[in-house]
Design a protein. Sequence first.
Length: 111
Amino acid sequence: MKAAYARIEELAQIDELTGALNRCYIIQALNDEIARTQRAGTVCSITSIDIDYFKRINDAYGHPAGDEVLRSFAIARTANLRGIDKLGCYGGEEFLLILPGSTKRAGQRRY
């Protein structure tokens, strides 16, 4: 029963289309990370990612192609994250990336 509950909780945090964290969970993770960095006096980079010209993809090739772009983006980005980093869908083609322990400069180089 404990494992089933853990699985249900995990599924509630994941965006079904992309496999990234969903909006509700990434915002909660962001708030938690801000509080943690303030308490500990550490650094954290936060990146907002917007896929350029996404509407053109949907208009030219249809929404299934746009969905595939979102899935592919999330898979590629997640594959390059550290275990403590978090990627989440913020809205449409917008994503948030939380990089605990990364300065602005390190965050820019890493992603």
